[in-house]
Design a protein around this ligand. Sequence first.
Ligand code: PMP
Length: 397
Amino acid sequence: DREEPSHFGAGPAQMPTNVLKQAALDLLNYQNMGLGIGEISHRSKEAVALINETKENLIKLLEIPGTHDVFFLQGGGTTGFSSIATNLNQAYIARHGKVGKAGYLVTGSWSQKAYEEAKRLRIQSEVIFDARNFSQDGKFGIIPNEKEWSNKIESLKDDLSYVYLCENETVHGIEWGPELPKCLSDVEVVADLSSDILSRKIDVSRYGVIMAGAQKNIGLAGLTLYIIKKSLLSDIEKFNKEFAGKFEDNVHVPVTPIAFEFPTAVKNNSSYNTIPIFTLHVMNLVFRNLIAKGGIEQQQIENEEKAELLYRTLDSFPEFYNIPVDKSCRSKMNVVFTIKKDGLDDLFIEGAKKLKLTGLKGHRSVGGFRASIYNALSLEAVTKLADFVEDFAKKNM
Ligand code: PMP
């Protein structure tokens, strides 16, 4: 057992204690089989039932329409950057008979990395906007209004194989609104939801692909979930049948390593190769836990309350704390802030630690502080942090 933690680390992140307790029991003896969940074949009836239940629970939680499929792949967000680029490049070729262009909306370091990976794989790609060009200090901290870049989407529309965005930039604390910009209505939107999946309601029908690594809101590292429009799967299959190998003479079309090929994963019910079944089980326990708690609707209310409390507290000391993110796109999952006065950072971390508030150091690339308040962080834990934030400012102003 353990005392309930108040760990604000960005990921791997704190998980619900009841989920971990059940997972620990099941690692030893799953459903009274006399064997742990990690010791059974991924093709056994128990494993297949688990994969199916996990999918069904996700479909229920996100109200995923029949137009979309769900699958899981080994790896994390970074493997998603690569597999998305190669799979969707091929889908476009199959549909249009020519190579398309991938458009990236760069709002922070994760969308930047996704773009760099597409380039590295020699996928034709382009930055639609780099948000640093719209901020006063040249750093990430704002999402430009779509009026500023919808022209570019409009002019490239017919060539765009997909438009990529990172729904929540974990390092910079920047989150897109729950509703996607109108100008993306007629393009395949691909979104990285690694750090905000299941934190709020979304309209799945508007996405071509949703990708999310597990180790923040939904589980342990090692497994990534994908939600994909079925028409894209048929396009990739068509590419394999009709186009593969035919473009190399004049245009380079990177192939997808077989374990990351989307239609192969779907056709084999996420078990083309060995699925990390314990990690999947933990994910399913998180899903069950969320359903029992009242689903996304209830979770979203809590998350809004937590974020509102923390931002309000920080905002009430404008001479002391700085939030380097525009109010219009402040993340409800990763609250990033700095202390204006020099020399107080270590004192803040030490003081927090004394109250058992941990994981608050900002990402090494940006410094300062980051409080990640994912689904598993209770309002009570966030209240403790907000009280400390207030106290610290009053004592050190
Ligand atoms: N996307 C986002 C939004 C992330 O926060 C991260 C970091 N976990 C990644 C992608 C990369 O994930 P991974 O380390 O699992 O490759």
